[in-house]
Every structure is written in C-alpha cells, then in structure tokens.
Design a protein around this ligand. Sequence first.
Ligand SMILES: Cc1cc2nc3c(=O)[nH]c(=O)nc-3n(C[C@H](O)[C@H](O)[C@H](O)COP(=O)(O)OP(=O)(O)OC[C@H]3O[C@@H](n4cnc5c(N)ncnc54)[C@H](O)[C@@H]3O)c2cc1C
Length: 473
Amino acid sequence: MTTLHQHDPEVEIQQALHELRGRLSGSLIEPQDPLYEEARAVWNGMVNHRPRAVARAGAVSDIDVVLDVVRRSGLALAVRGGGHNIAGHGTVEGGLVLDLGPLRAVNVDARSRLVTVEPGATLADVDRATAAHGLAVPLGVISGTGVAGLTLGGGVGWLTRSHGLSVDNLDSVDVVTASGEHLHASEQENTELFWGLRGGGGNFGIASSFTFRSHPLPVTPLGGNLFYRQPRWRDALVAFATWTRDLPDAMNPIISFLVLPPGFGMGDEPWMIVGLAWVAEDHQAGLELIEQLRVEAPPDEQEVGGTSWLDWQSAMDTVFPKGSRGYWKNVAFSRLDEEVVDVLVGFASELAWHGTGIDIHHLEGAFGRVPEEATAFPNRSAQYWLNVYGYWQDPSEDERLTAFARKAHALMQPFSEHGEYVNFLGADLGHQDADAARHAYGQDKYQRLVALKDRYDPHNLFRLNHNIPPTPA
Ligand SMILES: Cc1cc2nc3c(=O)[nH]c(=O)nc-3n(C[C@H](O)[C@H](O)[C@H](O)COP(=O)(O)OP(=O)(O)OC[C@H]3O[C@@H](n4cnc5c(N)ncnc54)[C@H](O)[C@@H]3O)c2cc1C
C-alpha cells in the first residue's frame, strides 16, 4: 500500500522534467527527441554520458528556472558553455544539462573598449565582434571553445604575454548562485567572489554574463610558424630558451609538437612548430626578432607574414574536430636548460602519430606581472606551461594515448612548479576530485576557494567541475 507522503525519486524527477517543459523559454531535449544524440554530445568523444534531458536556454532567465527545479528535485546539474571541457564536465550521466550554448550575443562598446559576452559564446563569436572594431579580448587558440569555461579556468592563448590571461581582462561577471541570488562581481563589488571566479572554474555559480576589457590590435598582426624536423628539435629548443630571455610583450610564442593532418600538406612526420604572434604595429621590429631566432636555429620550413586576426585565431581549428577523444595533462615549469630539453625531446620524439600533441606556452610578460594573490589562477611565476593533449579518433587508441600523456607528465615532474591549469586537465580516475583541485591550486588558494564554496554553494550543487567540495556540515 502506498501512502500519500511516500517519496518516489523517479516520480519527483518526472515532475521536475514536466515542470521544465512548461517553464523553459528554450527547449528541453529528452532521449526520445531526434535532436538528443547531437544535444548530449560534448567535444571529448571519450565522454559518452546520457543525461535525463538537455535544457537548451532560450534566455538568461532559464538559469533561474533550471536552478529552481534542480534545487527541489535533486537532479545532478551539468552547466555547459561551449562543451569543450576536456574532463567532460559539460554533461552528466542521468542528470540534467543546462546548455547555455544558444546565448551567444556579444556587445562591443568601442569607446570604453568593454565587451559584454553571453555565457554560450564561443571564441569565434567574440573575435568576430571585436575584430570589427580593431579590438581583441585575450582568449584561447581554437575558435570553437566556449568563452565561459575557458575564462572561469583562466584562458591562455596568443595574447597572454601581451595582455595576460582572459581572467586578467575581466572587468566583471554576473553570477547566479546556488540559492538563486543574482550577484555582480568585480573589483568593487563581491570582490572575494570575483577573485574566485578568476581561475576557480564553475564552482561558485552560473555566470550569466562576462564583461571584458579589450585591446587594440594592429590591422594585420604578424604571424609566423617555424617548422623543425626531429633532428633539429634539441638545438631549436636550446636556441628558443635563450631567445625568450628578454622577449618584448608583443611577441607571443607557442611551440607545438604535432603530426599535422593531411590538409596542411606537411606530410605525416612529426614537426616542432614555433608559432609566433607579434601584435605590435611595427612589423619590422617583429621580423628582426624572428630573424634572430632563425639565425640561431634555422627552420626546415617557415611561413612568416601579415595575417588577419580571425584567420590566425582559427588556423588550427580543423585539427580539433568535435567528437575527438582527449585526455590532457599539464605542467608549469621555469627551467628550459639542456637537461629539461633532453627530457622534452625524449618524449616528444615518441610522438609519431596524428592525434596527440605537446604545446609549450612561453609565459611571463603581462601574465607574469599579475600578483600571485590577485586571482585564483594557480601560478604566475612559471615561465613555461607544458600541455600534453589528445584529439585522436579511434577508441582502440584510448589506452595507449592516455598512457603517453601520463608518461610525459610524469617525466616532467622533477622540473614542475606548483599548480596545474584546470582547463588543461582531463578527468583523472587516479585522483579524488578534492585531491586534484587541491593539487591544482595549492593549499593556500585551495583553502580560500573552499571558504568561497562554503559561502556560495554549501551543498555543492555545482559539482561537475574540477570540484572544490564545501566543508562538510
Ligand atoms: C580543442 C580545444 C582547444 C582548447 N584550447 C584552449 C586554449 O587555447 N586556451 C585555454 O585556456 N584553454 C583551451 N582549452 C581548454 C578549455 O579552456 C576548457 O576545456 C574549457 O573548460 C572549455 O570551456 P567550454 O565552455 O567550452 O566548456 P564546457 O564543457 O561547456 O564547460 C566547462 C566547465 O565550465 C563550467 N561552465 C561552463 N559555462 C559556465 C557558466 N556560464 N557558469 C559557470 N560555469 C560554467 C562547466 O560546468 C564546466 O565545468 C581547449 C579545449 C579544447 C577541447
């Protein structure tokens, strides 16, 4: 016999979904919907979750609707911006996805250079809007990535040395907290929350709007790629280390070790590519600087010249199609002496297949001048950031290629500095979430983040992220 007061979780979930169907201004996509397969997919094809439903936001007010229903039903909530999270946090098995992807408006105030961005915008949306005014917001390097996830974790790309991380260019964020409170966080208001949002990920609430400071860009920035075959890697890295010692902020280098896809016409051998973005008007000064590196380390192939910012920002998009399989690891380090170069060249030389890459971001510049305590982002003193990443297509490669990323990461541990970048971290079954986050942020920042979590999300409603669990009640 059933009583009127008996709890049936399944009935409550069905009621919650029914309520959402009625209240959302966007759409609720459920397993029987023809759009479900596409709606549940995220960038990382290794993440194959089947949520109860995907709530596609039609307006910012849908955030309130979803939070209200999730609080009462207990459904696990995944918040999705661009769906590019490597750990697959933009979806959830058996829970509810709030997909903010349809909310992509970008407003540029050319006079103040402030750029207001809705939470589903991709980097391409922002780049297109700002380029029309000769401006740019520092974001990442692949144009389909979501601004929301990228920014909340940090945001490293082709302007990091010139203008800092994405978070360093945040003017303010509008946030809806777990209790449904709408807060404006900036250097003037809710300052501790603003600190945590700049690197702490989606732990404290749902960002409904971001306002960035943008920067003037040259009409044609100078872009360069110097390509080295494997026998030259060691010498090129040693020369690069010397060359980066006094680099002006306008020069933004990223090294990649990759086998490029056929469309690039670079054969099927692995290349070390020194990518260079010079973002000052004076091309001659940039060319002279690049020439110094070319003299010390003559490349096997090269392309250097004026480029459009939009072309540059999307040049590598085809390497990383949605549905690729990815497991990423990262290491912050400052030594690039011969011992470290040997280790780097050692594991990079094993990389002879398409679908795995290694990037070395050279930092310092504007990035390094931000005081360590100014944001939750973990490490400002590191000179380089290593990212070992995957984008392979064949599931039978999963074990071998995740093992490669782990091995490269392990080999770099003797040289690693504190901190890991959460946006370059895959889901790691070897760690509990709390351990991963504590390790990523370091003990002091982690404690400060826990205090914020206690204040804004004491029941851990926002837990599908590199989670900072609240203090147990
Ligand atoms: C191909 C590729 C290229 C990349 N390149 C770069 C790069 O150049 N530089 C760089 O720094 N990173 C880069 N990344 C990493 C990227 O920053 C992270 O994967 C980031 O999480 C992606 O954000 P998203 O919005 O697309 O992801 P999602 O999967 O949609 O979300 C990521 C996380 O953010 C949370 N979140 C999303 N939206 C909100 C919101 N509105 N409010 C609160 N929380 C939210 C989610 O809950 C989730 O935990 C790249 C990733 C890929 C796959």
